[in-house]
Design a binder for this molecule. Structure first.
Ligand SMILES: NC(=O)c1ccc[n+]([C@@H]2O[C@H](COP(=O)([O-])OP(=O)(O)OC[C@H]3O[C@@H](n4cnc5c(N)ncnc54)[C@H](OP(=O)(O)O)[C@@H]3O)[C@@H](O)[C@H]2O)c1
Length: 326
């Protein structure tokens, strides 16, 4: 038996229960991993609330973790007991909020020795998301102006750093002065505190009415319309999350007005094959090693306190990454 967080019914943070669970021996193609640290993601909130559908009830939440391999399935080569690996949910069952978990070996990424497991646990999903957003979904280039909502958040912090390093002018939106200071440190050339200023008017002012090439919008309902309004003609609306709720349906004339591109991407479709997964993770680790990405593990909770961590994340009390320690 190991301890894990279990969800028996959808709802608020109080549905996260600390329980004993059975972890079986790994089967063919699987490994058993003892987690050292677990990354908290807003996606975990979406699953708990039912915005995303968990495959079963009850379920063990969690889509990002780093740990040590404690057993390998029969005949498995390429992974051995003692390896440090990280995982980011990309189609396989969730289950990171546990002291130990079974993983498909081909989705576990080896972690370079230079990267601390706590950092790796908060980096793999958020970093790979950032990688596909700035390198593949829309390719950020020198001279571009990009708008990043929730610029001090887990993904947002990394997005600002990477977009800046690629030579873009970065505009970020945040809720507080403290978050604004962090976003500046992370490479935002302009930070808009959206509670004090209208972000649409301010972006138009900053860009002398030209608008931005791309908006990375993880906030959703509250920002979607304004994000379309600040795009240049032929700009890219990358709507990759919905922390404030799912945006209203979009009408084609709203895109036609400026020949806009709209995409609603997910990490899963950018890490389909093992090669793609390892390449994406490798690019993230390389950018940590070169100093382009500085991971901010700003909050640590014990795993049994996952409910408090969820409450803090969904009430905008966190910045950077949040990690749960088993
Ligand atoms: N599509 C993908 O592949 C993919 C992958 C990873 C994550 N995501 C999405 O990206 C988003 C960010 O994830 P994350 O884990 O990095 O979280 P996060 O950005 O650290 O946390 C959410 C932030 O959103 C802002 N926010 C604005 N309105 C909000 C509201 N009504 N309620 C709560 N927060 C609000 C808050 O920042 P301020 O205080 O500055 O407003 C808050 O701190 C999530 O929607 C997640 O689902 C998508």
């Amino acid at each position: 038996m190991v301890k894990a967080i279990r969800v028996h019914e959808l709802g608020g943070p109080e549905v996260l229960k600390w329980e004993d669970v059975e972890v079986e021996e790994p089967k063919e193609g699987e490994i058993r991993v003892k987690n050292k640290a677990i990354g908290l993601n807003f996606i975990d909130v979406h699953f708990r609330q039912g915005i995303y559908k968990a495959p079963t009830l009850p379920y063990t939440p969690g889509v990002e973790a780093c740990g040590v391999v404690t057993a390998v399935g029969p005949g498995l080569t390429g992974r051995q007991v003692g390896d440090i690996v990280a995982v980011a949910y990309a189609g396989q069952p969730m289950g990171s909020y546990a002291e130990e978990q079974i993983l498909p070996a081909n989705r576990a990424v080896p972690v370079p020795a230079s990267i601390d497991p706590t950092v790796a646990a908060s980096l793999l999903l958020k970093g790979m998301t950032t990688q596909y957003l700035v390198r593949r979904c829309f390719k950020v280039e020198p001279g571009h102006t990009v708008l990043v909502h929730a610029a001090a958040g887990g993904v947002g912090s990394l997005l600002c750093q990477w977009a800046n390093a690629l030579g873009a002018t970065v505009i970020g939106t945040v809720s507080t002065k403290e978050k604004a200071a962090q976003a500046k440190e992370d490479g935002c050339h302009h930070v808009i505190i959206y509670k004090e200023e209208d972000f649409v008017a301010r972006v138009k002012e900053i860009t002398s009415d030209k608008g931005v090439e791309v908006v990375y919008d993880s906030v959703g309902k509250d920002t979607f319309e304004g994000s379309l309004a600040v795009l240049k003609p032929r700009g890219y609306m990358v709507s990759f999350g919905q922390s404030s709720g799912v945006p209203d349906p979009v009408s084609l004339p709203a895109l036609q007005a400026k020949s806009l591109f709209l995409t609603r991407p997910t990490l899963f479709h950018y890490t389909v094959t093992q090669d793609e997964l390892l390449e994406t993770a490798g690019d993230v680790f390389a950018n940590v090693a070169s100093g382009v990405l500085r991971v901010r593990v700003n909050h640590t909770y014990s795993l049994s306190e996952a409910a408090q961590a969820h409450a803090d994340l969904e009430n905008r009390r966190t910045s950077g990454s949040v990690v749960l320690i088993p």
